[in-house]
Every structure is written in structure tokens, then in C-alpha cells.
Ligand binder design. Structure first.
Ligand code: C2E
Ligand code: MG
Ligand code: MG
Ligand code: MG
Length: 285
């Protein structure tokens, strides 16, 4: 197989590329319309505090209700949105929407819920990032200490100085930051202490290898102990089993997020989920 005629494989590759370029363009046009046409929606996945078992917050996760293709997940369209730059306006829409829901939470009787929003590296190319986010949260009049922005290490790579300045300015407004997918990048761990990061999220790939790989255990232990020594909290992502949960509890992981507790869900389902939990908490008292 490896010794296939190079001419043939080139043509094959070329055709693949061609299809994929056309597909990309179509996706990009559709996505532009989706933002205008209200086809984008946020799903919310609860994050549970391991010590108190309370819902500490929710991560806002983008979904696209495509008129023909149904519900499309972010792994399919975020890369296109990033390449085209559309992630910039989409990203602001996400923050606006999250702020709206944050306000509603107070009215619904679950105050203090943290709303976490993902930021793409590409949003740090926007020179008006801080200004725009400031305007959004000012207009929404939300408690900024309940707003958390998740970024990956790649966000800092294009222009580290600018990115750090954005983080500091937003942090001064009360917004906190989480480092997402932690462990998968090239984190120089010492970098953490120079940034206003209050949380790291252990990537789900490590959590899902628990019980199958001793390395995963060592890595998770090391991340938790390093983070804690820097006064940084730890969330484990992708927790699906009791066994994973128990290991994380023993390691004093602060919070967990995963299908074991709840999947990402539409806003109405989250409201019901929260009401159910509040009710059973009252019964226990
Ligand atoms: P992420 O920020 O690391 O989000 C966590 C992902 O893990 C979500 O996938 C969530 O549904 C999934 N997940 C949570 N618990 C489990 C579990 O127990 N098992 C498994 N298998 N998966 C679990 P989702 O919603 O498909 O999002 C994928 C990625 O898309 C996100 O990864 C994030 O990088 C990106 N994304 C989502 N929404 C946004 C957004 O508004 N803006 C930007 N820039 N990126 C976004
Ligand atoms: Mg995230
Ligand atoms: Mg993640
Ligand atoms: Mg991710």
C-alpha cells in the first residue's frame, strides 16, 4: 500500500483537497447566515464541586441548528469559523448570550452560578477585544465575578504580550480565566504563575485513560498538585464513570464536569435540572 504509484496518490489527494475547499466555502457561507438567522444556540453543561456536590457553574457550548443537517457540534464548524475570522463576531454573540442567561439565573432563584465561555485563539487577533467585551458586560449589567473565560495555551502564542494585556485588563474587571484542555499543549508550567489564571481544566483524554494507563494517573496527580501549590483550582473534564470520580476525589480535584453528572443541555433543560437539584437539596435539610 505504501508503494502506491505516486501519481495516483497525488491526484487522489488533490481531489480530496478540492472537495474539501468547496465544502469549506459552503460551510462558511452557511455559518455567516446562521449567526444572522438565529441558528446558533448555547447548550449548558453543569460543573460540580466535589466537596459540596453543588453545581458551581456551567460551561456554555455552541451548537448550530442547521436547517438541513440538524444539530451540528462545534468540532465541525469552529475550525471553519476560526479560519474565516467569523469566530470573532460569533464569540461576542456567545458572551452576550451567556450574560443574558446569567441575569436570568438571579431571577430564577439560582444566583452565584458561574458561566464559563470558551475563547478561541483567533479572538485574540482582534485589537478591540477588551473594549468589546467590556461593552457587552457593561450593557448586560452582570456580576463579572460570575463570568469565566476559558482559553487554551494556543491563545497566547500569536502575540503573547497583547494576549497577556487582554487577560490582565479583563481580570481587573472581575472576570476570571481558566486554562482549557490542560496537559495537551506545551505548557511551561512556570508560565501559569505569571498569568491571571485561577483554574485549569484537565483534558478529558487523561481522565478517560484512568484505569487503563498508569501515566494518566501520574499526570493528573502532578497537575493537581502543581496547580494547588500555585493556588489554582482544578476541574476534570470528561468524567463518565464512578471509578474516575473516585480517583479524582482521592486526589482532591476541586470540580468535575462530565456525562456522569450531566451532559450539555439546552437552556430550558438546565432550568429544570437546577430546580430538581434545589428541591432535593431542600428535602435533605
Ligand atoms: P471544550 O471547551 O474542551 O469543551 C468540553 C467538551 O467536552 C464539550 O464538547 C463537551 O460536550 C465534552 N464533554 C463533556 N463531558 C464529557 C464526557 O463525559 N465525555 C465526553 N466524551 N465528552 C464530554 P463540545 O460541546 O462538542 O465542544 C467541543 C469543543 O468546541 C470545546 O471543547 C471547545 O473547544 C469548542 N467550543 C464549544 N463552544 C465554543 C464557543 O462558544 N467558542 C469557542 N471558541 N469554542 C467553542
Ligand atoms: Mg472549554
Ligand atoms: Mg476542554
Ligand atoms: Mg477542546
Amino acid at each position: 500500500e505504501a508503494k502506491r504509484d505516486p501519481g495516483t496518490s497525488y491526484r487522489f489527494y488533490d481531489r480530496q483537497l478540492h472537495i474539501s475547499a468547496g465544502y469549506q466555502l459552503r460551510l462558511e457561507t452557511d455559518l455567516r447566515n446562521a449567526l444572522r438567522g438565529g441558528e446558533l444556540e448555547l447548550y449548558y453543561q453543569p460543573r460540580i464541586d466535589l466537596a459540596t456536590e453543588e453545581v458551581r457553574g456551567v460551561e456554555c457550548l455552541l451548537r448550530w441548528n442547521h436547517p438541513e443537517r440538524g444539530l451540528v457540534g462545534p468540532d465541525e464548524f469552529i475550525p471553519v469559523a476560526e479560519r474565516s475570522g467569523l469566530i470573532v463576531p460569533i464569540g461576542y454573540w456567545v458572551i452576550e448570550q451567556a450574560c443574558k442567561r446569567l441575569q436570568e439565573c438571579t431571577e430564577l432563584g439560582f444566583p452565584g452560578l458561574v458561566f464559563a465561555v470558551n475563547l478561541s485563539f483567533r479572538q485574540f487577533h482582534d485589537r478591540k477585544m477588551t473594549e468589546t467585551i467590556f461593552r457587552i458586560i457593561f450593557n448586560a449589567n452582570v456580576d463579572t465575578s460570575l463570568l469565566e473565560l476559558e482559553l487554551t495555551e494556543s491563545a497566547m502564542m500569536h502575540d503573547p504580550e497583547y494576549a497577556q494585556r487582554c487577560l490582565r485588563e479583563l481580570n481587573q474587571l472581575g472576570i476570571s480565566f481558566a486554562l482549557d484542555d490542560f496537559g495537551t499543549g506545551f505548557s511551561s508550567l512556570s508560565n501559569l504563575q505569571h498569568l491571571p489564571i485561577s483554574l485549569v481544566k484537565i483534558d478529558k483524554s487523561f481522565v478517560q485513560e484512568l484505569g487503563q494507563s498508569a501515566d494518566a494517573e501520574h499526570i493528573i496527580r502532578a497537575i493537581i498538585s502543581l496547580a494547588h501549590s500555585l493556588q489554582i483550582s482544578v476541574v476534570a473534564e470528561g468524567v463518565e464513570t464512578e471509578g474516575q470520580l473516585e480517583f479524582l476525589r482521592q486526589q482532591h480535584c476541586d470540580e468535575i464536569q462530565g456525562y456522569y453528572f450531566a451532559r450539555p443541555m439546552p437552556w430550558q433543560d438546565l432550568v429544570e435540572f437546577m430546580n430538581r437539584r434545589n428541591q432535593s437539596a431542600c428535602l435533605q435539610k
